[in-house]
Design a protein around this ligand. Sequence first.
Ligand SMILES: C[S@@+](CC[C@H](N)C(=O)[O-])C[C@H]1O[C@@H](n2cnc3c(N)ncnc32)[C@H](O)[C@@H]1O
Length: 195
Amino acid sequence: MEYMGNKEYWDERFKQRNDKPLSPEGVLIDNINCFKKGSVLDIACGDGRNALFFLENGFKITGVDFSLNALERLKRFAEKSNHSIETRQIDLSKPSGLKDIGIFDNIVINHYRLSEENLVDIESHISDDGILFISGFGYKHKVDERIRKQDLIQPMDIEMLKKSFQLIKYIEDDSKRGFLVTYILKKKSSEFKTT
Ligand SMILES: C[S@@+](CC[C@H](N)C(=O)[O-])C[C@H]1O[C@@H](n2cnc3c(N)ncnc32)[C@H](O)[C@@H]1O
């Protein structure tokens, strides 16, 4: 129950962290050129290691998470480097959690598995030719009491998206950290969508 869904666990975990953001995700740094210039919605952003990286690279960021401690840290880090950032406290386990969030040029979901209900609706929050970046523990990762089977990104998650998105890059990394997958998808222009 710890890895996703337990707000007290995450609030406490962010409270325990020192006053420095962690390094951004390596695979995101390596693929920064794939993103469309403009805005980024960082879903389950935590205290913002990736959001801060996007800010430094000229993107406009909105971060959502259910942990206020995480969002406050992110705002503090952004202010320290003279950036402004939009944050929203949202419980993503709610099917309509992202309903009023708006439309972005890019959406990043790093180390969080979005529910099926929210995932099928993600296309309505991304502009044409916008980028959806999904990365985290994949279907072959060894599960334990912290990371459960339902937390693992499954190929069928991506299959569901193919009507509205084109897969432009798939990266697998089977290393000490575990079995990690990254999918970079581009939203099809409305005229090219398949039914
Ligand atoms: C493994 S961390 C990843 C944080 C960030 N994306 C990163 O890559 O550093 C998982 C994040 O999901 C958030 N989270 C877990 N369950 C959530 C939920 N139901 N609604 C919103 N955020 C949630 C946690 O607060 C935490 O920030």
